[in-house]
Write a protein that binds this ligand. Structure first.
Ligand code: HEM
Length: 434
């Protein structure tokens, strides 16, 4: 292997970044490398080790690549070996290094495909999840883990209107890479897929993106509405750009004493691929769009209010005694008040997979050539039974938004607590089960 810098050893991604700093220094003719490039690279690094996995409380990156896997392994030990390798590679990649050290030995297959060489770490986070199939699959306790399956890791019920495609649903494991660079995110998952060879294989994958919204502003989704306003914590202006969010967030997201020990500090992830009939939406009057959501489109304020962060005021009525925010408005059905206090943390991305012929059966205006675009809805919570499932059972029946949306992919994963340096993801689970 040769190094493009002319050295015997190929560089790590970091070495490239450092070298880039050196080039800046030469260009600046001072001779000494300024700290700028290094500082930039470091500020693009999110912590990998710690009490929680990255990619949940992390200030949302602009891109994601999400993948689920079917386990092929016959032995639990094979899974442990893979998880060790995944952890080591993920830790390296999140600091901007290649998945494995390049040039350490004359490997036939290089320890990294190289697609992210020279790129910034781009705040890469990799979040791992365990699906029900790791514990029990087709009634079989394949790996002696059945007794460890948490009660919260249920099989999601079939919701009203679901049109789930098996090829976009489920999975024994999940890996979500988030980064401010789509190639960094995709590269990270590719490297893990490669390390999984023979033990786990890709089942389905979904990429997603956010717009580059100015700091402090709520990003707009493809329907043109601000999405994420009423996420815990409520106040956007107080929202720090780090993992250190207020306690309200902690209560909603992190599994505590009630969970199995290996899930403490972890969270349950519900993923739904929701196709939006954008052609139909684009021909819908603005007033009606706002009634569907229950908020004003441009300001993001609740209907009849002016500030994005104003309370919903669900009790408000118009002159004729009708609720200002209608009974079927999306935000009413999603509000904690209407759901016995149920809350979740939404960390969704838009997706755009081109256009295709839809085979959807209902409604009739959603048949024919359509954008395959929408929302890759991702939400975290301490228990999906009292959060997502509680809320979505009603939403799936009554939400005015359903005229425009079709859920065609779905999965639930238990994302274990964070990883201490020197251990591997899920170690506490695998050790408990010995
Ligand atoms: C294509 C699908 C969806 C779109 C376009 C969408 C869009 C929005 C928008 C624009 C808001 C208002 C701003 C905000 O507070 O974030 C909102 C709020 C919310 N959505 Fe969705 N959403 C979708 C699906 C879902 C699903 C499947 C759920 C889960 C059950 C959900 C749960 C919520 C919750 C909990 C709120 C906050 C309600 C409140 O307390 O004010 N959404 N959504």
């Amino acid at each position: 292997m040769t190094c493009p810098f002319g050295h015997g050893k190929p560089p790590s991604r970091r070495a490239f970044l450092g070298a880039a700093g050196g080039l800046v220094a030469v260009a600046g003719s001072s001779g000494a490398a300024p700290p700028v490039a290094k500082t930039l690279a470091q500020s693009a690094i999110e912590p990998f080790w710690g009490p929680h996995q990255g990619g949940i409380a992390t200030h949302q990156q602009t891109h994601t690549y999400f993948a689920t896997f079917d386990l092929l392994a016959s032995q639990r030990a094979q899974i442990v070996t893979m998880l060790r390798a995944w952890t080591a590679a993920a830790a390296r990649m999140s600091t901007g290094q290649t998945a494995g050290p390049l040039g350490a030995e004359p490997a036939k297959i290089a320890p990294d495909g190289g697609a992210a060489i020279g790129l910034s770490p781009a705040r890469l986070t990799i979040t791992f999840g365990f699906g029900a199939g790791l514990f029990v699959k087709d009634g079989q306790d394949r790996y002696g883990l059945a007794a460890q399956r948490p009660a919260s890791l249920v099989d999601l019920p079939k919701f009203h209107g679901d049109q789930l495609e098996p090829a976009r649903t489920g999975g024994d494991l999940s890996v979500q890479a988030c980064a401010d660079d789509p190639q960094v995110a995709f590269h990270a998952v590719r490297e893990l897929v490669r390390l999984a060879y023979g033990v786990a294989q890709l089942r389905w994958a979904q990429s997603g993106f956010l717009p580059s919204t100015p700091p402090g502003e709520t990003p707009r989704n493809l329907m043109g509405f601000r999405d994420g306003t009423n996420n815990p914590p409520h106040s956007l202006s107080d929202r720090p750009a780090t993992a250190d969010l207020p306690r309200a967030f902690d209560r909603v997201v992190w599994v505590g004493e009630a969970g199995p020990e290996w899930m403490r500090g972890g969270s349950y992830l519900v993923a739904r691929r929701i196709r939006i009939a954008l052609e139909h939406w684009d021909r819908t009057e603005l007033d009606f769009q706002e009634e569907v959501i229950g908020r004003h489109k441009y300001s993001g304020a609740p209907l009849g209010m002016t500030g994005e962060l104003d309370d919903l005021g669900l009790e408000r009525e118009d002159g004729e005694g009708n609720p200002v925010i209608g009974e079927t408005a999306h935000v009413r059905l999603g509000s904690a008040l209407a759901n016995d206090g149920a809350q979740m943390f939404r960390r969704a991305y838009s997706y755009n997979d081109g256009a295709s012929f839809t085979a959807e059966r209902w409604p009739p205006w959603r048949q024919g050539m359509m954008y395959d675009s929408g929302l890759f809805f991702l939400c975290y919570q301490t228990d999906p039974r009292t959060s997502f499932i509680r809320m979505f059972e009603r939403m799936a029946r009554f939400d005015a938004l359903n005229q425009y949306t079709t859920h065609n992919g779905s999965a639930l994963f238990a994302c274990p607590g964070g990883i201490d340096e020197g251990t591997y993801i899920g170690q506490r689970l695998f050790e408990t089960a010995l």
